[in-house]
Design a protein around this ligand. Structure first.
Ligand code: ADP
Length: 376
């Protein structure tokens, strides 16, 4: 049984061609058989009729003598004429049988080709099924892994909250502790905060991947949100923020909590990856029904190849010991969160005429809240 794929046009055309070829071969075979029959019968009939006509003609003329002229006529019309006709028919029959031979060879080739196509189609189908099965298994494994990671992160969150609470209480009386103990306590607070942030990021990633992030869109004022994010991030650093926010910006349609999370992440990165004593520039302006929020730094810059992968999970451009701590999840999360709020996040780099610190700008585009009359 032919296993040609039902939707593939080439296979259907191939099937039609095979049928046409078979019909052609059977027509050629019957032509060839007919030519064998007429190859001798027509010349024989011609010879007999020519001889009879000659005899009749000479008889009617009363001149039935087998002289030279009569013999020449008999030979010409009764022998050579039919012989030439027989030659032509033989020649035609050869042509037909050559064509028949070629068509037959072609059919054999066609059948071989069809068998190979069937064989390959079956092989392809088999590997397709195997791939599908492997994919399903991988997806199951991925789901299991996500569930496991999410479970572990959940389980870690409660003890971490208790630990952070205890450390906070201990920090309140840190002044009374000997210097060495205070230093250890401060390290513990730092590490505990880092671990908490990591666990939170992992939980966010699992929730995002599972489509369980509850994004609630509403009007959000850009300036207060950016000021809040910058004050939280820059509180523990000496870094200055340089503000360029257009006055009276309309509110954007976004989720306040998640937008602040993204803003904090971008400002934290600008701080982490820039030289000390250089400010972070925070800008916002209106562009075609969108607010463009930009965070510019004086860092090492991000080239075109790096920009292609920087939003991928666990991507870090520099992972050696001297690199600031991180897990390569912040930008992945930020991009997903901004996309979920109908916005986009992009990068410009270099942005300064400074070879050592060409800097980069991460900017967000978010739709503004449309007034009801603008919507109609
Ligand atoms: P993390 O900072 O935790 O590593 P991110 O996803 O926030 O994770 O950033 C991914 C990588 O992108 C960082 O490791 C860093 O190499 C690079 N990066 C992010 N922001 C900047 C920036 N402003 N300037 C230069 N490189 C940056």
């Amino acid at each position: 049984m032919s296993q040609s794929c039902p939707r593939c046009i080439s296979c259907r055309e191939y099937g039609y061609n095979t049928i046409i070829m078979k019909k052609k071969i059977s027509a050629l075979m019957s032509n060839s058989r007919n030519l064998v029959i007429i190859q001798w019968s027509i010349p024989a009939a011609l010879a007999v009729s020519a001889i009879l006509v000659e005899l009749l003609e000479h008889k009617l003329e009363g001149d039935l003598h087998f002289d030279g002229l009569f013999l020449v006529e008999l030979l010409t019309f009764g022998f050579f004429g039919p012989l030439i006709v027989a030659g032509i028919i033989i020649y035609l029959r050869r042509l037909v049988s050559d064509e028949l031979k070629m068509a037959h060879e072609l059919q054999v080739l066609n059948e071989k080709l069809e068998a190979r196509v069937e064989e390959r189609t079956a092989e392809l189908e088999k590997s397709n099924n195997e791939l599908l099965q492997a994919n399903t298994e991988l997806m199951k494994l991925d789901e299991l892994k996500s569930e496991f990671v999410s479970l572990v992160s959940h389980e870690l969150r409660a003890p971490l909250t208790a630990l952070n609470g205890g450390l906070e209480v201990a920090m309140q009386s840190a002044d009374t502790l000997p210097e060495k103990s205070r230093e250890v306590l401060e390290i513990m607070v730092g590490e505990s905060n880092r671990l908490t942030a990591f666990v939170q990021s992992i939980l966010d990633v699992s929730r995002l991947d599972a489509g369980q992030m509850d994004i609630v869109l509403g009007p959000v004022a850009v300036r207060p949100l950016m000021e809040q994010a910058a004050s939280v991030v820059l509180a523990s650093t000496q870094r200055e923020a340089d503000w360029h926010i257009t006055p009276d910006l309309p509110p954007v349609l976004a989720d306040e909590t998640y937008l602040e999370q993204v803003a904090r992440n971008l400002i934290r990165n600008a701080d982490k990856y820039s030289k000390k004593n250089r400010p972070i520039h925070i800008c916002a302006s209106l562009e075609n029904n969108h607010v463009r929020i930009g965070i510019k730094d004086h860092g090492p810059g991000i080239n075109a190849i790096q920009r292609e992968h920087i939003f991928d999970r666990f991507t870090r451009l520099n992972n050696n010991e001297s690199a600031p701590p991180g897990w390569g999840l912040g930008l992945y999360l930020s991009q997903k969160l901004i996309a979920a709020q109908n916005g986009k996040i992009e990068i410009l780099s270099p942005i300064w005429d400074d070879e050592e610190n060409p800097g980069s700008e991460f900017y967000l585009f978010l739709p503004i809240v449309q007034a009801p009359e603008e919507l109609t």
